[in-house]
Write a protein that binds this ligand. Structure first.
Ligand SMILES: [Mg+2]
Ligand SMILES: [Zn+2]
Length: 162
């Protein structure tokens, strides 16, 4: 069985202080230490996954294609830095527009990844910057680490790097 780190995208990998919604490459500003931290996690044997709420799609602010494109770019940028992102799932829905099972704090995105990639719950952790990330982690049965938004996650992940 594999062990995984589920990463929220905005506020954890990409700085969202200046843009609440991020859908084009010009808006991407990586948070300090992201590449080093993901490399460290990878070296500890974790597979890396991103799970992201993208309610801006439902709200008509940008399209699914915008997100697929920016995610391909993200995967490529990480790859150039020797980091493999195994998969990215996003929820295109918004609670004000419709009900769904995927939008965090619901746990469907994490559960799908667990099933598809045969991940070990006990050894896997969701790293997020919001309560909804932590609720999704708890509902899926994985550990949760809440970091300070848009800050280097290193002090928060030291326990799993030991
Ligand atoms: Mg976030
Ligand atoms: Zn959804």
């Amino acid at each position: 069985m594999n062990k995984a780190i589920f990463l929220d995208r905005d506020g954890v990998l990409i700085n969202n202080q200046h843009h609440y919604y991020i859908w084009e490459s010009t808006q991407i500003e990586f948070i300090d230490g992201v590449f080093d931290n993901l490399k460290r996690l990878q070296q500890k044997g974790f597979q890396l996954y991103i799970v992201s709420n993208q309610g801006g799609i439902s709200r008509g602010l940008y399209t699914k294609e915008n997100i697929l494109t920016i995610h391909e770019e993200l995967i490529e940028t990480f790859r150039k830095n020797q980091i493999i992102i195994s998969d990215i799932l996003f929820c295109p829905h918004h609670s004000k527009k419709e009900k769904c099972l995927c939008r965090k704090p619901k746990s469907l995105m994490i559960e799908k990844l667990i099933a598809k990639y045969n991940l070990n719950l006990q050894e896997s952790t969701m790293i997020g910057d919001s309560e909804s990330d932590m609720k999704a982690a708890a509902m899926a049965g994985v550990h949760g680490i809440k970091i300070t938004p848009n800050q280097n996650m290193f002090p928060f992940i030291s326990t799993i790097l030991r």
